[in-house]
Every structure is written in C-alpha cells, then in structure tokens.
Design a protein around this ligand. Sequence first.
Ligand code: SD4
Length: 330
Amino acid sequence: MLDRRNFIRISSFTSLLGITKATAGAGIPATKPIVISTWDFGKAANAEAWKILNAGGKVVDAVEAGVKIPEADESNQSVGYGGLPDRDGRVTLDACIMDGANLACGSVACLEHIVHPISVAKLVMQTTPHVMLVGDGALQFALANGFTKTNLLTPKSEKDWKEWLKKAEYKPVINIEKQFTGDKNNHDTIGMIAIDATGNIGGACTTSGLAYKMHGRVGDSPIIGAGLYADSEVGAATSTGMGEEVIRTCGSHTVVELMRQGYSPEQACKKAVERIIKRNPERAKTLQVGFLALNKKGEFGAYAIHKGFNYAVKSNKEEKIYESKYALNS
Ligand code: SD4
C-alpha cells in the first residue's frame, strides 16, 4: 500500500527530478467490456477487437484480431508487414499474447517472413507445452501450421534502411520511429489489453522492434512480464518504447503487481516509470518508455517518461484517444 513514508519519499524524489504531479486514478469511469491500446493507431485495432468483445467473444480472440490490423498495415513501419528492418535489412518480429484467466501465454521472437506473428504466438500458447519460440524454430513452427512465407520488407522500408546505411548511426531517440520515418502517424509497438464481457482479462503485444537493431536483438514486447502481463485477479499492463529498460525492470509485471497492492492503473504505471528513471536518471533523459494498464474493475491509466505517448480506448461509453501523463519535462 502507499503509506505516508513512501508517499513522502516518492514526492521528494519526483520533485527532485522535476516530475509532474499526477492525479492518480483520475476518476476514470469503470466499464466492461473494454479494450485499450498503445498509441493513436490503436483506434483501428480497438475497433476490430471490439467486434468480438461486443458479441460476447473471448478476450484472447479479440486482442489477436485487434493487433492483426497494424500487423498487416504496410504503412505502419513499426509493426508487422512493412516494419523497418534490422541493420542487416531483415525484418524480425516479436509478439506475445496472454490469457489472464489461467496465465496461459505464448510468444514468438525474432520471427521472419510471417505477416501475423501474434497468431503464431497464440498457437504456441494453445497447442504447445512451451511459452516462447524464437528465430528459425518459430518460423519452422509457423510454416508447419499453415502460415505462409512473405517478404516483409516493403520498398519504402528498404529505401529507408538504405538511406540509414549511408551513416549507419544507431541512435535511438525518444518516440524513435518518428525520427526515422518523419511520419507523425508512425508510432511504436502496439500493446493491447482488454476485458471481455465475462470479466476475463488478456492482452497482446506485437512489434518489429527497434529499427536498425542488431540482428537477433529481442525487445520487451514478446517477453511475458516485460512487454505484457495479464492476471484476471488483478488486471493487465503493456509497454512501448525502449525495450531494454522495460526488460531490466520487468515492467508490465511490475505494474500488475503494483495494482495488486492497491495502486490505481495510472499510479502503478507512474511508479514503474519512476523506477526506470531512478536507477539511471541520465539514461532516462534520452529514451522513452510508456506503460498502459487496466484493472479488473475496468479502470485504466498510463504513464510515460516523456511527453508524446498516447493511447486509444474503446468501450460502451467512449471511443477516445488519451494523452498520457509523463515524468520528465524534456
Ligand atoms: C522494442 N518496445 O522492441 C519495442 C519497440 C518499441 O519504440 O516500442 N519501439 O523495444
């Protein structure tokens, strides 16, 4: 629980860092079913998930259907088909899915040539004794299960990669994909978390990862507990931004555990962000991480290190983009 001593410690630390004051749990009305996704491109993904949620469908089916929208969208250069490649020109995808009812989960990492890694992750969850398949093994599993091989590197992403190769400088910056594409509508990973009509909670997370990463690099997005976590006893959380920081802090699991202790979704995201900043304030100035969380009552909230993170919400009451609060005035 947030006792007085902890509150004072957090307050003094945040004021030292110039962290903005959050009105935690800002009275956001609870409702279900509900689906929320990282970034404003989550709106179209939510609409697809909503069709299933509204018809009484299962949460894992809804989040899978939802995130398949940006996975197949070639204009989106940070998820799925059309994603920016690694520095060797290879598009490698990371994705995971989780069912909070029984903590079932599945994940693929560094998967090439498959348009919908989230569906492969779901199949890992439903049909194998494992949680995670990577690289060639994940591809082999996908092909054996009827997925077809596709060249994911679109002419636009290939052109951008060749442009990048001229200097080959790897300098990830805040809200990174915008730097490379110059396209304001191009955001990062999609993380989607939802509650279905029965109250069950789940989520999905999928990405092409950081543009021009080293070949073989895996981010937070396919790692259960880092990029995504869902436990129907409590809620769910997902993340976007610099995956290495999220992995170091087991970010999404941390957020869910903070909600278990009684923090609101926004307070829990804020504390997870503060942990990243506290352990390396200098590094935090140069990178973005955003967390998004939903509790079992249907309350939601978000928090990011820097300005610029937003998220999309769809329920019976609203279809809306919210701007996340943030910690540092960059
Ligand atoms: C990663 N978190 O691979 C993902 C990608 C992302 O800004 O969100 N990019 O680290």
